[in-house]
Design a protein around this ligand. Sequence first.
Ligand SMILES: O=C(O)CCC(=O)C(=O)O
Length: 256
Amino acid sequence: MVASVQFEIRDRETKDERIERMIGLLKKLKGYDLIVLPEIWATGYFSFDRYREEAEPISGPFVQRMAQVARQLNSVLFAGSFVEQAGEQYYNTGVLFDANGDLLATYRKIHLFRYGSQEGELLTRGEEITVTETKVGRVGLSTCYDLRFPELFRKQVDLGVEIFLVTSAWPHQRLAHWQLFNAVRAVENQCFLISANCVGHTRHVLLGGYSQVVDPWGVVRAQAGESEAIVTAEIDLDEVKRIREHFPQLKHRVLQ
Ligand SMILES: O=C(O)CCC(=O)C(=O)O
């Protein structure tokens, strides 16, 4: 069983309060195989004035806390992203833990968002694609605006990915695009896709919700609406193999 936690960003809450509330929601998911959380949910993606102050190193308390949660739940946990400080640089960094709480992989967002967002000024972009083996399959990590760049997902597929994990804080204003990209990235690459978005009004932005689980045929297996929710679905990785064999579009590529 996999789950995506669609989290409400409430501006009146502090980072610590958000972390405690998230942990409360996660307690219901003990034993789930894989759990996905949204983008910069502890600080709030649109709280750019808090980025520097709330940034932490990879060895900091946010990552330690999420490691502990993964261990307690006995789940592979993509804890979404946080503002990482590494020396003079700041990144939007996703963190993936195995069910023992070991940090399996990190992903620094490659495509920084610059439309109504200060992310591009405040943060440094990542340069590495992140693909890793987990007990639930081979996963590729991406963050929000990355969804608009199909070449990232195709490169992940070339590295053997079967499940795309997408952490997001996607605004409601472009909900139609969100819906399209979730389905298209899955179907064009014949992969499962699990996305976790935020909801709520934050800093004058309404977040879009509709976190989802899409199968490799492009069918939305489960999705949330416009309020805080947990999306769950059963996924069978044999489907990726079956669909790729039955309809071998990936073998029919002509251009590289
Ligand atoms: O591409 C979009 O419309 C939204 C992207 C975004 O909000 C982000 O990257 O955080």
